[in-house]
Structure formats: structure tokens, C-alpha cells
Write a protein that binds this ligand. Structure first.
Ligand code: CP
Length: 316
């Protein structure tokens, strides 16, 4: 018997809601399965029949470019039928509740829901509500979790660095409001990265963040020294209640990643960013488009990683 709501009674993945509490065996299985799908995404005919006849519903209550599109591409490459619910034109605008919407889509024989929502816990709520044969993937909920983003980041790190167990990784920026940072920290520590650093001003760090097993830095010069991997984060202005920062110019001066600051890291360090980027605020264009940036490969790997998650959830 396990208490993890994303695992079934056999300890297999039933839903993907968070990276927190998932064993390394499950994370590595997703990365290894994604490895096999990279080949599919590079073929002329980029399709396999693993999810033929399955209906997958994209429920995005918040804007998205990368996640929604790569989930759609991934589902189509697995031969599933994909429905992108247009939330603005749906009966949500007439006051229908989230769970009533889900019940109605379930009555249309949905096999999987991919959910992005501004409320932390929305995907968990749906996962607890649906019939056991329906799977739920959290595509980002409030400040809480974005597990497939963290998994594609882990895939990208392993692709360039081969191994997790001799790396120094720094997560830089708005940790406080970031669901991506939380999912990255859980994944990195579970996969055995020996040193995970967070670099941010005090106002953008959660209370007692070191309890997650990270080393805290407020200074880029100290924090970036000898780092192998830099995970940059977006300033999440839409989730800031008051003013957590004096100004974006000030933020760029102290925490924006420039070529000069990047030179403090190891020479072969790689730079990741989940997107969307604020150029000139958390990252300089020279770095975002430079030779150490792996930001666009991250997006491409996201397709294979999301194919892997969907195929594992459905047992294919
Ligand atoms: N990384 C990420 O979640 O990007 P989108 O908001 O474009 O999906």
C-alpha cells in the first residue's frame, strides 16, 4: 500500500502530478523511454500506433506555448485523438464548475486529461475525482508543480552531461513563485545530483528552502562558481502580489545572466530556461542565443518526454 496519489496499488504511475515523492526508478524509466522516442521524432513518418483509439483532452486554463503544443504533438505522434478545449469559449464562462466540465468530457470517453491551471492542486482534484481508468497529467498548477517541464530538463541535462552524480546545478531567479523550480529540485535531488544551489534575492526565495536539500546563495558571483548546469527562471510578475523587487533594471544588474556572469561557471556549463524568457531581465540575449544555451533543444526533447509519460501512464 502506498500513500502517493499518483501511483496505483502496484506502485505504477497512474497520474503524473508532481515529481515530489516519485522514486528514481520511475523518473529514470520516463527518461529512458523518452530516449527511445527521440528516434521516432527524427524519422520521416513521426508516428507510432501506441495510443491509437485513445482520446486525450488538453485543458489549459492558463496561457501556454510550449507545453500545450508539445503535448498535442506528442499525443498525435502516439496516434491518439487530441481535443484542445477552448476554455474561453467553453461553458466555464457560464459558470460550469471544473469538475462538471471534467465529468462531461469523461462522458465523451476521455482517456486522459492534461491540465494547466492557476490554482495549485487543480490537477490533484481532478485525479481524485475521475474513474480509475482515466489518467491525469499536471501541466502546471499555480506555484506548485510542473513535472513534465522538470523531466524534460532532466532529460536535457543527462543528454549533455551523461550522468547526474557528479554535477553542480544552480537554479537562478524567482524560486518563490516558480512551480518549475520546485519540480526541478525534487527531480535533481532524487536523481542523485550532489549539489543543488538556488541563487536569488531573499524576497524571491520560499521560507526555509534549504529544507529541500539545496544550498542558498544571494550572490551570483559566489553561486555560479564552478557550476555545470544553470537553470534560469522567469520573473513571474503575474504571481507577485506586491512588489518583491525594486525594478527589473536592478534585477538584471544583480541576477540577470550575462556572458560575464556565465564565465564564472565551468567552461562547458550549459544554460537552460523553461520559457517564456524575459530577455534583458533574467537573461541577456547574448547568452540566450549563445553557444552554451540549450534552450531550444529543451523544447524539442519535451516532445519525446511527454510521449514517454503518456505511453507509460497507459501501459503502452
Ligand atoms: N515552460 C512552459 O511551461 O512554457 P509554456 O508556458 O509556454 O507552456
Amino acid at each position: 500500500m502506498n500513500n502517493n496519489p499518483q501511483l496505483n496499488k502496484h506502485g505504477e504511475l497512474q497520474h503524473l502530478l508532481t515529481t515530489e515523492g516519485l522514486p528514481s526508478s520511475i523518473l529514470l524509466n520516463i527518461l529512458d523511454t523518452a530516449e527511445s522516442f527521440v528516434g521516432v521524432t527524427e524519422r520521416d513518418i513521426k508516428k507510432v500506433p501506441l495510443l491509437r483509439g485513445k482520446s486525450i483532452f488538453n485543458l489549459f486554463f492558463e496561457p501556454s506555448t510550449r507545453t500545450r503544443t508539445t503535448f498535442e504533438i506528442a499525443a498525435k505522434r502516439l496516434s491518439a485523438d487530441v481535443v484542445n478545449l477552448n476554455i474561453a469559449a467553453s461553458s466555464q464562462s457560464k459558470g460550469e464548475t471544473l469538475l462538471d466540465t471534467v465529468d462531461n468530457l469523461s462522458a465523451m470517453h476521455a482517456d486522459m486529461f492534461i491540465v494547466r491551471h492557476s490554482q495549485s492542486g487543480a490537477a490533484h482534484l481532478i485525479a481524485r475525482h475521475v474513474r480509475p481508468e482515466i489518467h491525469v497529467i499536471n501541466a502546471g498548477d499555480g506555484r506548485h508543480a510542473h513535472p513534465t517541464q522538470a523531466l524534460l530538463d532532466m532529460f536535457t541535462i543527462r543528454h549533455y552531461k551523461r550522468d547526474f552524480n557528479n554535477l553542480r546545478v544552480a537554479i537562478v531567479g524567482d524560486i518563490l513563485h516558480s512551480r518549475v523550480a520546485r519540480s526541478q529540485i525534487h527531480a535533481l535531488t532524487t536523481l542523485g545530483v550532489p549539489e543543488v544551489r538556488v541563487i536569488a534575492p531573499k524576497t524571491l526565495l520560499p521560507n526555509k528552502v534549504e529544507r529541500l536539500g539545496v544550498h542558498v546563495y544571494h550572490d551570483m558571483e559566489q553561486g555560479l562558481k564552478d557550476v555545470d548546469v544553470l537553470l534560469m527562471l522567469r520573473l513571474q510578475n503575474e504571481r507577485m502580489l506586491g512588489s518583491s523587487l525594486p525594478s527589473s533594471e536592478e534585477y538584471f544588474k544583480y541576477y540577470g545572466l550575462t556572458q560575464e556572469k556565465l564565465s564564472l561557471a565551468r567552461q562547458d556549463a550549459i544554460v537552460l530556461h523553461p520559457g517564456p524568457m524575459n530577455r534583458g531581465i533574467e537573461i541577456d540575449s547574448a547568452v540566450a542565443d549563445g553557444k552554451q544555451s540549450v534552450i531550444l533543444p529543451q523544447v524539442t526533447f519535451g516532445i519525446a518526454v511527454r510521449m514517454a509519460v503518456m505511453s507509460i501512464l497507459t501501459g503502452n
